[in-house]
Design a binder for this molecule. Structure first.
Ligand SMILES: O=C(O)[C@H](O)[C@@H](O)[C@H](O)[C@H](O)COP(=O)(O)O
Length: 256
């Protein structure tokens, strides 16, 4: 198995969502054969939700013992609990509500009406990660980490030319004055994301083509944060044709 980045191109968004959902179900089943618990990091954004909806619609999802899966998020918008802007609310509506999960399996970031300040919320999520931490680490080993990519190359809430992508001394940061609304957010940091066994980027649309092309051509993580993210075993970019416009042809594998 190589740890090279792979780019898998699909004809359109709906084929992309369906294909990633099918791979996710297969991978989770494989993992559950060899380990007791699977930790998954979910993402906000349009394709993150589309993949979860496709999982929900797949009959194959009934073959998974969901009681052995833990769900985390890569970032969260600092808005009240239940707000439709929250990534966890979107993920629950798309899939989690259909799975009858125990509360201990679902690890949302604190909400802005939790009584915590933004900094306290970052610390609280770090403590939650530590409660489930792998030996010697302050966080679990994530088996599959989904990430969307913004048109500026941001991932989670780590934005270009901001300090967040450089932070390596904490697992979680408070983000203020985010270029993408809402301005206040919480985000996992690069070392935590990069400790994931598999990073699965899912992105679609022509507005993502330039950032993706830059990242794969060797731009810096400061310029395009996605360039700084790599899983331990696998890093796959699941993309549509439109997002592939500036990817070097040699890196592309077509899924059709
Ligand atoms: O809170 C958020 O907004 C996200 O977590 C963010 O990192 C998102 O994944 C990308 O911006 C891609 O979003 P789209 O897929 O909607 O373009």
């Amino acid at each position: 198995m190589t740890n090279e980045r792979r780019v898998l191109v699909h004809p359109d968004k709906s084929t992309l969502a369906g294909s990633v959902a099918a791979r996710f179900i297969t991978k989770v089943l494989d993992l559950l054969d060899v380990q007791q618990t699977v930790h998954v990091v979910l993402t906000g954004g349009s394709m993150g939700g589309a993949v979860l909806e496709a999982v929900a619609e797949s009959p194959a999802r009934h073959s998974i013992d969901w009681s052995r899966i833990h769900f985390w998020w890569g970032d969260e918008r600092w808005v009240p609990a239940g707000d439709a802007e929250r990534n966890d609310v979107q993920s629950r509506a798309a899939l989690l509500d259909a799975l009858e999960l125990a509360p201990e399996q679902v690890h949302p970031f604190p909400a802005s009406d939790s009584g915590l300040t933004l900094d306290e919320a970052a610390d609280a999520y770090a403590a939650e990660l530590a409660r489930h931490g792998a030996a010697g680490l302050g966080y679990p080993i994530f088996d599959i980490t989904f990430l969307g990519v913004g048109p500026d190359g941001h991932i989670a809430s780590l934005f270009p030319h901001r300090s967040g992508i450089q932070v390596i001394d904490r697992p979680v940061i408070a983000v203020r004055e985010s270029p993408k609304p809402p301005p206040e957010r919480l985000s996992l940091t690069r070392p935590v994301l990069n400790s994931s066994q598999r990073i699965w980027f899912v992105l679609a649309g022509a507005d993502k083509a330039s950032a993706l092309g830059l990242a794969l051509a060797g731009a810096s993580r400061d310029e395009v944060p996605v360039a700084g993210i790599k899983g331990r075993r696998r890093t796959v970019f699941f993309i549509d044709q439109d997002a592939a416009a500036e990817v070097p042809e040699a890196l592309i594998a077509r899924e059709y």
